[in-house]
Design a binder for this molecule. Structure first.
Ligand SMILES: Nc1nc2c(c(=O)[nH]1)N[C@H]1C(S)=C(S)[C@@H](COP(=O)(O)O)O[C@H]1N2
Ligand SMILES: [Mo]
Length: 414
């Protein structure tokens, strides 16, 4: 498999593979022209390290696949820098050298008038680029809070980011392709190999109803925070859909299928990214039939205290300036409040408007502690429909999804 990816028809190393090798080893590859046919340079075996360039404070949950979360205080920036962005992979990070000139996006499926393929250059030339701040939150963010523990990564609260993504609107591309009237869903396909490396298996292939896909903020993106998307976050092309479980934002994107039925790709089935329709007892096993579950769509209202870090020591003064972010899936956040007395009283914070729809909102508050001692600071957001975060862990569910219980930090005033 690797042979075909690296070598040209005559068996010599492709220019793109040589360029990748040069980048990897950080210097010229002398005698590249003397390299035997089908030789696999050792330098290309150097494993890509997704933690390179990441903050050393990131918390690694696992490396097969790579899952890495941001401690909450690391999410303090208004726009999440890539070095503080969580990583969630279902499969392996692609290792084939990526040739930008050859990367294409194909739109196909039952509900396109005719299949169409675009090169990256065509996408950039033919359609108008847009930049949006978009919240990407793993559907399982907060899973560690559920008792009993469910399968899946035991995320604390840091599987969330809000970065500035640049690309073209999927709706513009689909208008150019031409859809049939029966289009109801989209499904993405990325280049990441399945964990088993079995090429017939797909690591993940999810999607959204066509209505969400056609929103203005749904992007086919090639840049994040003004730079190329890092490999681990989907270089060179990714679908970015804010407000819904980030599992619908396909990385290493090469194909989008326009479906005449609910997409049936990998991780669309069973209890994957689904909630039970009726409440279940914690730990209860229910049949994983479509009748018992609904697909998670918009994410629930949530907020974080990103400054100070939990355990902060307040010395010589009684007032503390808190700050953080709040978001509410497809909705806006209407109010953020904080409490220093275990929820007995609440103080409304200053809440900024989102930069654009589906971006998180920054909030800040000055709280005054009546005397020296130990406190907990709680934060609670309410969305534009009046829905409030719960103080306690919400309804247990088999996938451990959608825990949006209030975030809190400890503070010691001395
Ligand atoms: N191709 C591909 N896309 C993917 C995934 C993946 O494993 N493969 N993981 C999804 C999940 S579950 C999440 S939460 C987000 C994580 O995006 P990030 O790693 O850039 O933060 O990517 C989504 N897109
Ligand atoms: Mo996820």
């Amino acid at each position: 498999m690797m042979k075909n990816g690296l070598h040209d028809r005559r068996g010599f190393l492709q220019k793109s593979a040589l360029a990748a090798l040069t980048t990897l080893v950080g210097t010229d590859v002398v005698f590249a022209d003397k390299m035997p046919r089908y030789h696999r340079p050792l330098g290309l075996n150097a494993e890509y390290d997704p933690l390179k360039g990441k903050s050393t404070e990131m918390k690694v949950l696992g490396d097969k696949p790579w899952n890495v979360e941001s401690p909450i205080h690391l999410l303090d920036d208004a726009i999440t820098p890539v070095d503080k962005m969580f990583i969630r992979n279902n499969g392996l990070i692609p290792t084939e050298p990526i040739d930008l000139a050859k990367w294409t996006l194909t739109i196909k499926g039952e509900s396109v008038k005719a299949e169409k393929t675009y090169t990256l250059a065509e996408l950039k030339k033919r359609f108008k680029p847009y930049t949006y701040q978009l919240v990407l939150e793993c559907g399982g963010n907060g899973r560690a809070g559920y008792e009993p523990q469910t399968t899946g990564n035991p995320w604390d609260q840091g599987a969330v980011s809000c970065a500035e993504w640049t690309g073209v609107r999927l709706k513009d591309i689909l208008a150019d392709v031409g859809l049939k009237d029966d289009a109801v869903y989209i499904g993405y396909y990325g280049k990441d190999p399945h964990l088993s490396q079995d090429p017939t298996k797909v690591a993940i292939s999810r999607g959204v109803p066509i209505k969400k896909a056609l929103e203005e903020e749904t992007l086919i993106a090639w840049a994040v925070n003004g730079q190329d998307i890092p490999l681990v976050h989907g270089y060179p092309l990714r679908l970015v859909i804010g407000g819904w479980p980030a599992s619908v934002s396909g990385k290493w994107l090469h194909t989008i299928a326009i479906r005449n039925k609910e997409h049936d790709g990998a991780k669309m089935e069973g209890h994957s990214y689904r909630m039970p329709i009726r409440p279940v007892q914690p730990g209860e096993k229910i049949a994983e039939t479509p009748q018992n579950f609904r697909i998670i769509e918009s994410m629930p209202v949530k907020s974080l205290i990103t400054y100070p870090k939990s355990g902060a020591l307040l010395e010589g003064k009684k007032t503390l300036s808190l700050r953080g972010h709040a978001w509410a899936g497809d909705r806006n956040v209407a109010e953020v409040s904080t409490s220093i007395d275990y929820g007995a009283t609440w103080q409304k914070s200053k809440l900024e408007r989102p930069k654009n729809r589906l971006a998180w909102q920054n909030w800040s508050a000055d709280v005054t502690f009546p005397q020296a001692g130990y406190y907990e600071v709680w934060v609670r957001a309410t969305d534009s429909n009046g829905v409030m975060q719960p103080m306690v862990i919400p309804q247990w569910n088999p996938g451990g999804y959608l825990n949006n219980a209030c975030h809190r930090i400890a503070v010691k005033a001395v």
